[in-house]
Design a protein around this ligand. Structure first.
Ligand SMILES: *[C@@H]1O[C@H](CO)[C@@H](O)[C@H](O)[C@H]1NC(C)=O
Ligand SMILES: *[C@@H]1O[C@H](CO)[C@@H](O)[C@H](O)[C@H]1NC(C)=O
Ligand SMILES: *[C@@H]1O[C@H](CO)[C@@H](O)[C@H](O)[C@H]1NC(C)=O
Ligand SMILES: *[C@@H]1O[C@H](CO)[C@@H](O)[C@H](O)[C@H]1NC(C)=O
Ligand SMILES: *[C@@H]1O[C@H](CO)[C@@H](O)[C@H](O)[C@H]1NC(C)=O
Ligand SMILES: *[C@@H]1O[C@H](CO)[C@@H](O)[C@H](O)[C@H]1NC(C)=O
Ligand SMILES: *[C@@H]1O[C@H](CO)[C@@H](O)[C@H](O)[C@H]1NC(C)=O
Length: 665
């Protein structure tokens, strides 16, 4: 009987779900205050609709996409006008406070098939080869908490994307408050719901994007009001919906309600009737005073019982914590959690070993977040306060192309730094060892652009100039999507705080050290650019900057300059690429590598210029060929070299600051 009933119900549901098909032709708009049974959404990836009507595009799983598109195409022909109006309420709940990614994009696309798009980058809309292709016919409005490989992105932004992840226009997430007469900024990763309106008027050819917290009505002033001709972008039949991705950082991305209209202003959502977000762990529930007191009593009892056990365990998990550290609370990890995460710092969890100490892979018990823990021994407390202040300020650096520092922990004689885990390890393994697959040119060029953008951020785009001091392929780590991220920034400062007194103060790696460093001993952005030049040549040529000390013919810079002089700079390209590269890009990278390696610091380009060259916004041909001036060891510099304090080192490419997060092999 139950089976019969169920089949009957199924048939009815089947029938009901067909009705909208018939209506679809005339469909001009819809409004969902929560996505209940009637929601005509096609879901893709890990997107799901909760029983309460909440649409969840992604959860805290890394490198995943979630999409939800309105099932029926919408007509966007010039006869029935290209104007449209939509608004939706979204929320981004990060895995760790204020750390999450990658974002949500309201998307208008000719198809809902995105099988070719990356599952962790480009908001699940593009891949490297179709990014910025006019054949995409995709318009997207992105809300993104992470600044990007798309150079120049700013933290917490709303952007308009046309066929490409590089926004044609973007703005920081603010809204204009008439009451206060100023812009008020919104933190996307606050976990609070926010309301976004998108309006396009065909006659004005203006695309307006307006953002606000859900507590206020639509502000009068749009955040973006961008002239754009959609007739060149949209096709006659288009799908509308949302695409969202997570990367090495993840957020739960939610859509609470959505209204769309093709024939007039979209009705505003009824904020009060939207489904609530799931309760966040660790947030207090209001009004549960009695419950709280009961728990408090229980806690007291358990505490008393636990004291004995605690005293025994205390020794094992003992930490060093001083008054001045209080303000860094959120950045402190407990030793116990790190101990658990790394299975007690077991040898099998070691993924790297460098000048500073061992690096362990771990999984945080509470969030399942994968982390890399660098365990550094430090004997002196001297300078620790300043160093921790710097570490914590490094933790505020946020960029897609920097390995994220999540926090730290201190014990007696030991400092632990916690980083985002990079599953693919360091780039040098891909370039020089057979353990990893060969990278093709598109990937290499992508990594180069990414690292350039990360270094530009350190040099020019953060509140203070941060020098890296050890740019090299073994300090470039690759995430699951093979995006390059610069690691170890700022770590060189450990030397200034006397952590490792037996090593020299000249920090860096032979082959990447700018010639002036041997005289001045002062790192500058110019010396970082020099090292970046050596890195460019490494990636393009598949060779180390120096192979065997003191043999001039093995110095990569000289060899590339020589190939150029002979009129065929492409001879220097990595033979394992077998000629499969974009000639203009290869030539650009090789020449740019040489210019960055100029022996006169001021003659090197700035990272901003480097990024412009790589972006094609500036032309390298403007720069003259000048064979005498590239490299470390040209002319009189070579004699200095043998007297360097670190030349007694054993290996040719000896590193005084070995990588933090190398993979184990
Ligand atoms: C995210 O959703 C996917 C698919 O529903 C599931 O397999 C995965 O376990 C979820 N991840 C988390 C962290 O909840
Ligand atoms: C637009 O209207 C014109 C004239 O009314 C008609 O000939 C044409 O087929 C229409 N185009 C579309 C795409 O409907
Ligand atoms: C990128 O996507 C396009 C389709 O949009 C596909 O033809 C192409 O093969 C994809 N390229 C890669 C490298 O995945
Ligand atoms: C995108 O393509 C256009 C031409 O179609 C070009 O002008 C622009 O520089 C490209 N942008 C990027 C970031 O590659
Ligand atoms: C877009 O914003 C501008 C400036 O506030 C306004 O003049 C225009 O009417 C708006 N257009 C739409 C379609 O909302
Ligand atoms: C507010 O933000 C908008 C958009 O970013 C900007 O154009 C405007 O100048 C800002 N206004 C004030 C008063 O800061
Ligand atoms: C769409 O706009 C028309 C005209 O203003 C209005 O009558 C209709 O209710 C709107 N529909 C939705 C779903 O917003």
């Amino acid at each position: 009987m139950a089976i019969v009933l169920r089949s009957l119900l199924f048939l009815i549901l089947l029938y009901v779900s067909y009705i909208p098909l018939a209506l679809a032709q005339n469909e001009k708009g819809f409004i969902y205050n929560g996505f209940h049974d009637q929601a005509n959404l096609g879901l893709d990836g890990i997107a799901e609709i909760h029983p309460n009507g909440l649409l969840q595009l992604t959860n805290l799983s890394h490198n995943e996409v979630g999409r939800a598109f309105y099932q029926f195409p919408i007509k966007f022909d010039t006869n029935s006008s290209l104007s449209f109006s939509t608004n939706f309420v979204f929320a981004m709940v990060p895995e760790v406070d204020n750390l999450g990614g990658e974002g949500i994009a309201f998307t208008i696309s000719p198809s809902t098939d995105f099988t070719h798009a990356y599952a962790n980058r480009f908001l699940g809309l593009f891949n490297d080869s179709n990014n910025n292709n006019t054949a995409n016919h995709i318009l997207a409005i992105e809300v993104d908490p992470v600044p990007g490989a798309d150079f120049g992105d700013i933290i917490n932004h709303v952007g308009i994307d046309v066929n490409s992840i590089d926004s044609v226009e973007l703005a920081p997430t603010t809204y204009f408050s008439i009451e206060e007469g100023k812009n008020i900024s919104l933190e996307l990763l606050s976990g609070n719901p926010m309301h976004l309106w998108i309006d396009y008027d065909e006659a004005e050819k203006l695309l307006n994007v307006t953002l606000a917290p859900t507590t206020i009505p639509k502000p009068d002033r749009p955040l973006l009001s961008t002239p754009i001709d959609l007739s060149e972008i949209l096709l006659e039949s288009m799908y509308v919906g949302f695409s969202s991705a997570t990367g090495t950082l993840a957020s739960s991305h939610y859509i609470l309600g959505w209204s769309f209209n093709k024939s007039g202003p979209a009705q505003s959502l009824d904020v009060a009737s939207l489904p609530p977000l799931p309760e966040r762990k660790g947030k207090d529930k209001p009004g549960l005073v009695i419950m709280t007191s009961l728990i408090a009593v229980a806690v007291v009892l358990i505490t008393v019982a636990g004291v004995a056990a605690y005293i025994l365990r205390r020794k094992k998990y003992e930490e060093l914590q001083e008054d001045w550290e209080e303000e860094y609370g959120p950045h402190r990890f407990s030793y116990k959690n790190l101990h658990k995460a790394t299975k007690g710092f077991k040898d099998t969890e070691v993924i790297g070993e460098g000048g500073f100490g061992k690096v362990y892979m771990g999984i945080l018990p509470s969030s399942n977040l994968q982390i890399a823990v660098k365990r550094i021994s430090h004997d002196s407390r001297q300078g620790m306060k300043e160093f921790v202040a710097e570490i914590v300020s490094m933790g505020r650096l946020r960029h897609r192309n920097l390995v994220q520092l999540l926090g730290y922990c201190r014990r007696r004689g030991e400092l632990l730094l916690v980083y985002d885990y990079m599953p693919n390890g360091s780039l040098d393994k891909f370039l020089y060892s057979n353990e990893k697959p060969n990278l093709h040119w598109v990937q290499r060029f992508g990594i180069i652009r990414g690292v350039a953008s990360g270094l530009l951020y350190l040099h020019e785009e953060w509140e203070q100039v941060v020098l890296h001091r050890d740019v090299k392929s073994s300090n470039v780590l690759l995430d699951a999507g093979l995006n390059g991220k610069l690691g170890d920034f700022g770590l060189a400062k450990l030397y200034d705080h006397g952590t490792n007194p037996q090593t020299t103060r000249v920090v860096g790696t032979v082959g990447y050290l700018a010639p002036e460093l041997t005289r001045t001993r002062t790192a500058t952005t110019f010396s970082d650019v020099f090292a970046f030049g050596a890195f460019l040549l490494e990636v393009a040529c598949g060779r180390k900057p120096i192979e065997g000390l003191v043999l001039p013919e093995r110095i990569l810079v000289d060899w590339v300059a020589e190939c150029w002089r002979k009129g065929d700079i492409l001879d220097a390209s990595d033979p394992s690429l077998e000629g499969n590269y974009v000639v203009e890009e290869m030539e650009l990278v090789l020449k740019l590598g040489l210019f960055c390696s100029h022996s006169i610091p001021a003659a090197r380009p700035s990272m901003k210029q480097v990024v412009q060259f790589l972006d094609g916004d500036a032309d390298l041909r403007e720069l003259p060929y000048d064979s005498a001036s590239f490299g470390t060891f040209t002319s009189n510099e070579s004699s200095d070299f043998t007297s360097l304090p670190f030349s007694q080192a054993s290996g040719p490419s000896m590193s005084t600051t070995d990588s933090i997060l190398r993979d184990g092999s």
